[in-house]
Design a protein. Structure first.
Length: 218
């Protein structure tokens, strides 16, 4: 069967200029860039809330009612009112500025769904580890995962009402983060706060990838 592009007037040089590509072409045409960001963290940390708050499209959720067996298998201390859980992923999209948009993939927080993480993180520029200051230990698995795979990440501390006022230094020490890993406060319910976290994530990832590139050719 002939290719569906066989009669197209579009040359190979222009056919790739889609929202998933980067920068400017050789003749100066703008090319938009789409980046993949993973939002991870412990159960009930606010991942679904963050994706929903910043997304400019109707988010895709894969939430199911939290069963009693699910509660038995996961420590729900501090999030007793949570009645649903992500079983595959959350997905949203946000345009940071003209020419740059982010695709957000929220990971499931319960450990029995962690087998999905490798697929969700494939091709990711960077990650956000969303931390509940009442349950910082829930972040250990995500921190270890991204450090092992050398995926740049920052820790965003979701300030739930009445939670401990940990400093950024306290959080970095508690999670044994590598030096230089950013820790930023946020409110996952607030669009402006979430967007600021995303911008910080992209900036940090850019610095990390540039440093690694320079080191590889140095």
């Amino acid at each position: 069967m002939p290719s569906e592009h066989a009669d197209s007037d579009e040359s190979p040089c222009t056919a790739h200029r889609t929202p998933g590509n980067i920068g400017r072409s050789m003749i100066g045409e703008d090319i938009a860039l789409t980046l993949k960001i993973v939002v991870a963290g412990g159960f009930g940390a606010g991942k679904t809330t963050l994706v929903g708050a910043v997304s400019e499209i109707r988010p895709l959720y894969t939430e199911e009612t939290l069963s009693e067996s699910g509660r038995d298998r996961d420590d729900t201390g501090g999030v007793e009112r949570k009645t649903t859980t992500t079983v595959a992923m959350d997905f949203g999209r946000i345009t940071v500025h003209s020419g740059l948009s982010l695709h957000l993939f929220g990971t499931p927080g319960q450990d029995r769904f962690w087998f999905l993480w490798d697929e969700l993180c494939e091709g990711a520029l960077a990650a956000i580890v969303l931390a509940d200051p009442r349950r910082l230990e829930d972040c250990f698995a995500a921190v270890d995962y991204f450090e092992l795979r050398r995926i740049p990440f920052l820790v965003a501390v979701n300030r739930f009402p009445g939670t401990p006022g940990h400093t950024e230094h306290d959080v970095a020490q508690a999670l044994d983060l590598d030096p230089g890993t950013p820790v930023v406060p946020c409110d996952a319910r607030d669009r402006a706060s979430g967007k600021e976290v995303l911008i910080r994530t992209v900036e940090y990832a850019g610095r990390m990838h540039t440093a690694r590139l320079l080191a590889s050719v140095g």
